[in-house]
Structures are given as structure tokens and as C-alpha cells.
Design a binder for this molecule. Structure first.
Ligand SMILES: C[S@@+](CC[C@H](N)C(=O)[O-])C[C@H]1O[C@@H](n2cnc3c(N)ncnc32)[C@H](O)[C@@H]1O
Length: 213
């Protein structure tokens, strides 16, 4: 039976999706600004750019199935993906560290975490992920990469020492050119196994158990 806690989170996720229904128009304005210069996170300060409900459900199931407890997310935005992670973490008694560059977005996310009753299992760090996750010492069971794509590789390299045999790295926007460049680098390392999901939008990176995989 679904718990009252889970129902409360689902309601907040539903409200957030409703509020961000017309984000495509706002996102288009952000993209237009980048016609003559590289896209910047601030161009999208009012846009959720969130994962889909199907992706969220998949992440939640992944956490529960594999018993992930130590979860790290790059790219909080308004906290939609984090709330799906929290649904999983509630079942595994896990916790989440999520990080967002833009203060107003992080504050909005924290309010939603409070409303959903899960702020106690989420640590929201505000600032550049390369700084906020620097010196991370805990093992990472699940890493969600969903921030600016040029940081996927440096962030992955910085956190690699925290991976273990059951770590899963969930890479969103795998279809984007910059993400692909990152994936090509990871693919060259025989330690890692890559599998494509969700019509190519997602790639899961896992650690090979032996060299025959
Ligand atoms: C695709 S959105 C995240 C969506 C969120 N994961 C969801 O599904 O609800 C990417 C976010 O990464 C943030 N971001 C970009 N560069 C960052 C950095 N250097 N450190 C932390 N966050 C960053 C952006 O501000 C943006 O809100």
C-alpha cells in the first residue's frame, strides 16, 4: 500500500509539473539568447528543464530495486527529479545531496522539499557543483548527472574515487552532442559498462564486475 508520505510527495511533483507546463516557451527565450554566445544557466533561471515523469519513476524503481542509499544529484533546478529520488530514498532509508548553481532555483526547490515533507533526507548545496562536491568522501551508490553538460566529465572524474562495484551513474540528455563526447571518453575505459535507455535519452553507466561483461 502506498504510504501517506509518498502520496504527499506525489502531490508536490504533480503541482510542480503543472506549474512548469508552459516552460517550453520560456526555454525557447533562453535558447534565443544564446544565438550569439554559449548558453548559460542564468538564461534558464525560470525554467525547470526537468526529467519526465517516466524517467522519475524509473529512477525511483532503480533506487528501490538496488537498495541505493547514498545518492548525489548534479542539477537540482526546481527539485522535480530530487523528489523522485526522495521517493526511492524513503524506501531504502537513504539520503540525497543535490546541488544547484542558481540560488533562486535552489530556494524554490528547498521550499518544495519542505512542503513534501522530505527536506530531512535532502541536503541542497548552492553553488558550482565542482566546488560544492569537492572533497566528497562518502561512497556514491547513485549519481544523477543532469546539469550543464560540459561539466559531466570533470565532475565524473572528480567523483570517480567514490564509486564502488554497485554504483550507477544515470546520465540524462545522452542524445546531446556534449553528453556524447563525455560518453565516448567513458566508453574508452574498460572498467565501465554503458547501456542506453528511454529511446537514447538516458545512458546508465555501471562498473563491470569482471572483464567478460
Ligand atoms: C536540466 S536542469 C536540472 C533539472 C532537474 N534535475 C530536474 O529534472 O528537475 C540543469 C540545472 O543545472 C544547473 N547548473 C548548471 N551549471 C551548474 C553548476 N556548475 N553547478 C550546479 N548546478 C548547475 C542549472 O542551473 C539547471 O537548473
Amino acid at each position: 500500500m502506498i504510504s501517506q508520505e509518498q502520496i504527499q510527495i506525489e502531490q508536490i511533483i504533480h503541482q510542480l509539473y503543472e506549474k512548469t507546463r508552459f516552460d517550453k516557451v520560456k526555454a525557447f527565450k533562453g535558447v534565443a539568447k544564446s544565438a550569439f554566445r554559449p548558453m548559460q544557466p542564468l538564461d534558464f533561471k525560470d525554467v525547470a528543464l526537468s526529467i519526465s515523469k517516466e524517467q522519475g519513476e524509473h529512477l525511483k524503481e532503480l533506487i528501490i530495486k538496488d537498495g541505493h542509499k547514498n545518492i548525489v544529484e548534479f542539477g537540482t533546478s526546481f527539485g522535480i527529479s530530487t523528489l523522485f529520488l526522495a521517493q526511492g530514498a524513503l524506501e531504502t532509508r537513504g539520503h540525497i545531496i543535490t546541488t544547484e548553481l542558481i540560488q533562486s532555483k535552489a530556494e524554490r526547490a528547498i521550499n518544495s522539499f519542505k512542503e513534501a515533507g522530505v527536506n530531512h533526507i535532502i541536503e541542497t548545496r548552492i553553488g558550482d557543483a565542482m566546488e560544492t562536491l569537492k572533497g566528497h568522501v562518502e561512497p556514491i551508490d547513485l549519481l544523477l548527472l543532469d546539469g550543464w553538460k560540459n561539466l559531466y566529465l570533470p565532475l565524473f572524474s572528480m567523483l570517480e574515487a567514490n564509486f564502488h562495484t554497485n554504483t550507477v551513474i544515470y546520465v540524462d540528455n545522452a542524445e546531446m552532442a556534449e553528453t556524447n563526447q563525455f560518453l565516448q571518453v567513458v566508453k574508452q575505459n574498460s572498467k565501465y559498462k554503458l547501456s542506453s535507455e528511454g529511446n537514447g535519452r538516458v545512458v546508465l553507466i555501471t562498473i563491470k564486475k569482471d572483464n567478460n561483461e
